[in-house]
Design a protein around this ligand. Sequence first.
Ligand code: IMP
Length: 184
Amino acid sequence: MQPSDLGRDLEKVLIDEDAITAKVAELAAAIDRDYADRPVLLVGVLKGAVMIMADLARAMSLPVEMDWMAVSSYGSGTKSSGVVRILKDLDKDITGKHVLVVEDILDTGLTLSWLVRNLRSRGPASVQVCTFLRKPEAVKVDVPVAYLGFDIPNEFVVGYGLDYAERYRNLRVVGTLAPHVYGG
Ligand code: IMP
């Protein structure tokens, strides 16, 4: 889905395809360097991280294992609450593994901080975080991020995996929606 396919529902493009591709290559190179001597297990957080997982893994030169978790952060509409529930757990045990959590966005940080704590309790060799986007102004809990794509303003964004009401995940850019889409 291209920005033009959204017509007037798209307010503005924050990150275009070229910027996404360049950043993914940069992140992949850094991860390749850091994990050259140990096997890495990429843990993608469904559903938002599907695009970054797929692109990142393919941009890397190292072989990776991939697993997925789905969590739901209780809350209404576009707000996160920090109460997290596992909807789909990992398929395999991560004891002794080097885990790299791949996330679409760190907003308040409540979801990721919970997830990292949960994964650490399972006895992995290491747990690091790669997040494609981060909203520094919204962060409530400090989550150490080893690999960061972009810091963005505190606005609700869609595209490149991120949705509003399950739509726009397949938009090829990251952008904001016009107020009328939210019924405003
Ligand atoms: P956090 O717990 O507040 O950091 O929120 C994490 C989750 O909220 C992300 O994994 C997204 O699924 C969702 N989220 C936060 N901000 C946005 C946004 O701007 N657009 C779409 N989803 C978002």
